[in-house]
Write a protein that binds this ligand. Structure first.
Ligand SMILES: Cc1cc2nc3c(=O)[nH]c(=O)nc-3n(C[C@H](O)[C@H](O)[C@H](O)COP(=O)(O)OP(=O)(O)OC[C@H]3O[C@@H](n4cnc5c(N)ncnc54)[C@H](O)[C@@H]3O)c2cc1C
Length: 329
């Protein structure tokens, strides 16, 4: 098989953590298959990004440089990446299951006449036929499917936190500069307007305190905020998350939702308040190092996965916890 290729993404000018995770997954596949693992960095001023991507043990970093690739212009990126695939013929092409990956992946797969498996949790190689095996949740997260697909390159988008981020290597990879053939006529979107929005990155929190349908009123989230404030003095970055019914009620934005259709997180501590523990929620937080559940129902599913559980009404438990934390200061 020819090389494995992955698309690198940047955040605030630096390598996005999701790309480091993707590198870890891709390098593992490269070792199993005995093929080169390469990355592509696309943009109009990619020198620094390419250099940092080159320090993680990849065989090559393609620096796809073109004025039309500035920022993220999906039409141009699809065209540029299609051009690159024509040049290097990757056997496998991996993208993060991010805004960029979700926009570019399906369109690129269609242009390359191949299949794409989205939102993968794991990647491996079938030793029998050497094909890429992609695992992903199906039926609302009640089952995990293992899939192999026809078509080259074998394409997948991979969820964040599916792999540990790769560490820096001792030697730098080769950087190959390329200018793709992209005409102005490739761009159909004429302008993109950025909308100011609060950035919520639950996966960066040390502690996530989530409220569920058991929280009776929107104002009761103030209790969770008070607990977050008390804990943040000793536990670092503490953020508020929620289960889906809370988003459905428009009490919180969807970027605070934990679970299958929300964010997958693995904080040091996860505190589930009034959350029953439906499978679609559990898949989002089951990798937390310590799980604490507060629930009135002793038989609820959340207690089955919790390290610590308190049976009771959150309106009694949380103020008592806050008081205790304040006393300990
Ligand atoms: C395709 C699909 C995708 C989904 N994706 C997600 C997802 O990403 N994230 C997600 O969260 N859900 C998701 N869901 C919904 C999921 O199936 C559950 O419906 C949801 O997680 C339930 O949320 P909950 O635990 O807050 O509510 P409930 O299941 O209603 O649980 C409420 C809990 O609160 C407890 N409680 C009530 N009063 C109190 C009190 N005073 N003090 C303490 N405890 C109290 C109850 O005992 C109960 O256990 C998805 C569903 C589908 C079909």
């Amino acid at each position: 098989m020819s090389e494995i290729l992955l698309l690198v993404e940047a955040k605030d000018g630096a390598l996005d953590k999701k790309s480091l995770e993707l590198m870890q997954g891709a390098l593992g596949l490269g070792r199993q298959l005995g093929v080169a693992t390469c990355a592509v960095v696309a943009g109009s001023d990619t020198a620094r990004l390419a250099e940092s991507a080159a320090s993680f043990g990849l065989d090559k970093v393609y620096r796809l440089e073109h004025p039309l690739l500035a920022g993220f212009q999906p039409d141009a990126w699809v065209k540029g990446l299609e051009w690159l695939c024509g040049q290097v013929n990757p056997g496998i092409f991996l993208l993060s299951h991010s805004f960029v990956g979700k926009e570019v992946g399906p369109r690129l797969a269609c242009r390359l006449n191949t299949a794409l498996t989205t939102d993968c949790l794991g990647l491996s190689v079938d030793p029998g036929d050497g094909l890429l095996v992609r695992t992903k949740p199906i039926y609302g997260g009640n089952a995990i499917a293992s899939l192999k697909c026809e078509g080259v390159p074998q394409m997948a988008t991979v969820r964040k936190n599916a792999f540990e981020p790769v560490g820096e290597a001792q030697s730098a990879s080769a950087i190959v500069e390329m200018v793709p053939d992209i005409g102005e006529d490739a761009i159909r979107v004429k302008s993109i307007k950025m909308v100011e929005q609060e950035v919520v990155e639950l996966d960066k929190a040390n502690v996530v305190i989530s409220g569920g349908r058991g929280i009776e009123a929107k104002e009761d989230f103030d209790m969770l905020e008070a607990l977050a404030a008390a804990m943040s003095k000793s536990h670092g970055n503490v953020m508020i998350g929620c289960s889906r019914p809370v988003v459905d009620k428009c009490w919180m934005s969807s970027d605070r939702q934990v679970g299958l259709t929300g964010t997958i997180i693995a904080p040091d501590t996860y505190i589930a308040v009034g959350i029953s523990g439906a499978i679609q929620h559990l898949v989002g937080m089951i990798r937390s190092k310590k799980i604490v559940a507060i629930n009135t129902d002793p038989g609820c599913n959340m207690f089955k996965v919790a390290d610590y559980g308190v049976v009771g009404d959150y309106r009694d438990i949380i103020p008592a916890l806050v008081k205790k934390l304040e006393e300990q200061r």
